[in-house]
Design a protein around this ligand. Structure first.
Ligand code: PEP
Ligand code: MN
Length: 349
């Protein structure tokens, strides 16, 4: 590991750095020119561990960790090999592209069956739908709660799609985990470390959405909380960050998608619905996400978009979902990747 120390380093700050290094079994060598009284560049050699970097970053005497060396964090890509995350018939990463589709919120059993069947027939391998909804206003529809989870369980059995649904608070995790094939942690909850840890402990795949004001580093550190529980079944989701314009709801950060594919072995998907916030732009934003290297999409779709209880403006029709599937298939082919459909796995009757 290579540390850049503070310019005005006090003796006590330096000893704190050196003491921590020896406590962690690391040998310190100053790399400055001979004759420098106070070191600025410090090399630490020895067995690395993921938590070492953050320990040094927290010290007042350390300006920056320039190179984490062997103290690699768990999300960091160590080889060309991707972590492939599988859930029901879906597969993300390692050249597999999958589609998650469904309503923003679980609203009604019959309607959910109708949307789930249509999503499955179009090529989705997972059904999305929130029973617990994180809303901006306390007066908006907050989701059906536990009865919504029961509806998801029913539809899952009836339609044969795995389920992605959000957890908002730790006390609901067991209930959500009982139904969910993938537990979603939303943009508003990304920074809630107790929730990340408890969700990680279920051992279930976690769909982690980037906070709309979170840097890529903060996003990866949220994933690191889950990884620290021993659960590495994480799907990162770029869903747009806050911009200054109101033309779209958020700004899809395609650069972050491309960067994440290099920086981590974890799969990365894109949510074009919350990025665009407008049904007429979802298809184009979805194409941009896949073209940037995303391993899949999560899309809000509704059989009657004009009646959706939440996020109606961004809900696309079933036929538009079909067009997104065609685009995704074509873009995946172009890259030599596989768009996973239930037929691909021989699961469809
Ligand atoms: C959602 O997926 O419905 C949702 C609330 O998304 P986000 O957390 O990205 O806002
Ligand atoms: Mn939504």
């Amino acid at each position: 590991m290579l540390l850049l120390l503070q310019k005005e380093l006090s003796e006590r700050q330096l000893s704190a750095v050196l003491d921590l290094a020896s406590e962690l079994g690391l040998q310190s060598t100053a790399l400055d020119e001979v004759g420098c009284s106070v070191p600025r560049l410090l090399r630490l050699a020895g067995p690395g561990a993921p938590e070492q970097r953050s320990r040094f970053e927290d010290l007042a005497g350390v300006a920056k960790v320039l190179d984490a060396g062997e103290a690699r964090e768990r999300h960091e890509r160590a080889s060309r090999e991707d972590r492939v995350v599988e859930a029901a018939a879906a597969r993300f990463g390692g050249g597999h592209v999958s589609l998650i589709a469904g309503p923003c919120a679980v609203e009604d059993g019959d309607r959910l069956v109708e949307i789930a069947r249509a999503a499955r027939d179009q090529g989705a391998t997972l059904l999305r739908g929130g029973a617990f909804k994180p809303r901006t206003s306390p007066y908006s529809f907050q989701g059906l709660g536990r009865p919504g989870l029961d509806l998801l369980a029913r539809v899952k059995a009836e339609v044969g799609l795995g389920v992605v649904t959000e957890v908002l608070e730790t006390r609901e995790i067991d209930h959500v985990a009982e139904v969910a094939d993938v537990i979603q942690i939303g943009a508003r909850s990304m920074a809630s470390s107790p929730l990340l840890i408890e969700a990680g402990r279920t051992g279930k795949p976690i769909l982690l959405k980037r906070g709309f004001g979170a840097t890529v580093r903060e996003f990866l550190m949220a994933a690191e909380f889950i990884l620290s529980t021993g659960n590495d079944r994480i799907i990162l989701c770029e869903r747009g960050v806050r911009g200054f314009d109101t033309i779209t709801r958020n700004l899809l950060d395609v650069g972050a998608v491309a960067h994440l594919k290099q920086a981590t072995h974890l799969p990365v998907i894109v949510d074009p619905s919350h990025a665009a916030g407008r049904s007429d732009l979802v298809r184009q934003v979805a194409r941009a996400g896949i073209a940037a290297g995303a391993d899949g999409l999560i899309v809000e779709v509704h059989s009657h978009p004009e009646e959706a209880h939440s996020d109606g403006a961004q809900a696309i029709s079933i036929s538009e979902l079909g067009r997104i599937v065609q685009d995704t298939q074509a873009l995946a082919d172009l890259d030599g990747r596989t768009f996973v459909q239930q037929e691909t796995l021989g699961l469809r009757a």
